[in-house]
Design a protein around this ligand. Structure first.
Ligand SMILES: [Zn+2]
Length: 168
């Protein structure tokens, strides 16, 4: 990684850790960002604590995808965004506020749109597989960044949940 990449990452990370507009459910959605032309993030599995999903919706054409971090397609995608995408959209609205998210994704949000689910329902979405690896590595870098100030131990690969102290 070049110094320029490193600097760019650091800038993005600083943006990513600004306090949310409203309290977020970090255990459910440990990572959400508006970056690379997408709303993207990491959503915990409802049933398996060691499994996470990488979900994203592209700005403009509203192509969405959801898979495990190993690129296994989410079983909840049945011609419509799954519950992980809904959770991601809800958290994005908590993090950034409804108008900034709508502007970024280029959604025409009416006054009755309050949460991320409403926003998702206003989009003409379509499914388009995208690789999970980029988003997932950004998530791991994000965690490492949060860990750095008061931790000298390496981040155990699976211990990304807030209970480990990644988010205080
Ligand atoms: Zn899913």
């Amino acid at each position: 990684m070049t110094d320029a990449d490193e600097a760019a990452w650091t800038r993005r990370s600083v943006l990513a850790v600004v306090p949310p507009a409203q309290p977020r459910r970090l255990a459910k959605v440990p990572f959400v960002e508006l970056a690379d032309g997408r709303l993207q993030g990491v959503v915990s599995s409802g049933s398996d604590i060691e499994r996470v999903y990488v979900s994203s919706v592209a700005a403009g054409n509203h192509a969405y995808h959801c898979s495990t971090n190993n690129n296994r397609p989410c079983g909840g995608l049945r011609g419509a965004p799954c519950k992980h995408l809904e959770a991601l959209a809800e958290e994005a609205v908590l993090q950034y506020g409804v108008d900034p998210v709508a502007r970024y994704l280029r959604v025409d949000a009416g006054p009755d749109v309050r949460g991320g689910r409403d926003l998702l329902a206003r989009m003409d979405t379509r499914h388009e597989p995208t690789p999970a690896a980029v988003v997932f590595s950004r998530f791991l870098r994000h965690l490492a960044y949060l860990e750095l100030p008061d931790s000298t131990t390496a981040l155990p690969e699976l211990h990304w949940f807030p209970a480990t102290g990644a988010v205080r």
